[in-house]
Ligand binder design. Structure first.
Ligand code: 1GP
Length: 246
């Protein structure tokens, strides 16, 4: 079974999937293993791994360690083509749909495609939509693209629908890591009324209550990074809130 199908099975059976994001940068060197160990016993459904910038040459070694220890799928959430390697079970094959920078719409993908094929990585085609979470995030700066304002519901929903019509398998609504404001539930709701593919929501989701609200609004996959970096033990509360069907 593909990794993507395994996530679909989880959200069909349990209401939604709970995914943690681990940044394999050197700033997290001391905490990565404890995050993975906590994930293993907290009903986390998958681990996304990635970040905007790696500050040393050891991030691939950290990914290898994550993969060795994790008992759930390890999925690359790439900040760039340089993060692709064979230690992952799958990758989000992202196109930054909300931006108008051709490099992140199709340039990185062309460079990545032959490498992904060569290492046999499952590619989960994902329309990535960046929203304005109230502060300038690394994604905004590094991609040189403007996020969509949170009050432009129709613009967000139209981008998501365009992603679906382009054949993408999922839509990622992203407020950016450490966002002041998470994606509001009315945006998730308007996107979910329009598209029939799974919605991933991430950025600034700081409590299980917020996660639950977003799931009830139509998100299929909830991603948290900062909250669990600060306090690993809250993973099981997030998982409980997200798995509302039990
Ligand atoms: C995943 O970038 C987010 O989409 C992670 O955001 O670090 O704010 O949880 P946080």
């Amino acid at each position: 079974m593909s990794v993507f199908q395994s996530l679909i099975d989880v959200y069909n059976n349990r209401g939604a999937c709970y995914v943690i994001l681990i940044d394999p940068d050197n700033k997290n060197d001391g905490s990565i293993l404890s995050q993975v160990e906590m994930a293993n016993c907290s009903e986390v459904d998958a681990i996304f791994v990635g970040g905007s910038l790696m500050m040393d040459g050891k991030s691939n070694d950290r990914v290898k360690k994550i993969k060795q220890i994790a008992n759930v799928p390890v999925i690359l959430f790439p900040g760039g083509v340089n993060q692709i390697n064979s230690n992952y079970d799958a990758m989000l094959f992202l196109s930054l749909l909300s931006g108008r920078n051709p490099h992140y719409l199709i340039g990185e993908q062309v460079i990545s495609a032959p490498i992904v094929k060569d290492i046999g990585l499952e590619a989960i085609s994902t329309g990535y939509i960046l929203l304005d979470g109230g502060n300038v995030t690394s994604v905004e700066f590094m991609s040189g693209t403007r996020p969509i304002p949170m009050d432009k519901k129709d613009i967000v929903a139209s981008h998501a629908l365009a992603g679906q019509y382009l054949g993408m398998k999922s839509i990622y609504l992203e407020a950016g890591s450490g966002a002041k404001n998470h994606i509001p539930s009315d945006i998730v709701n308007s996107v979910s009324n329009l598209v029939s593919i799974p919605i991933i929501a991430g950025g600034g989701i700081s409590s299980p209550e917020i996660a639950e609200k977003l799931v009830k609004a139509g998100a299929s996959i909830i991603v948290t990074g900062t909250a669990i970096e600060k306090n690993h033990s809250c993973m099981s509360d997030f998982a409980k809130a997200v798995h509302w069907k039990g």
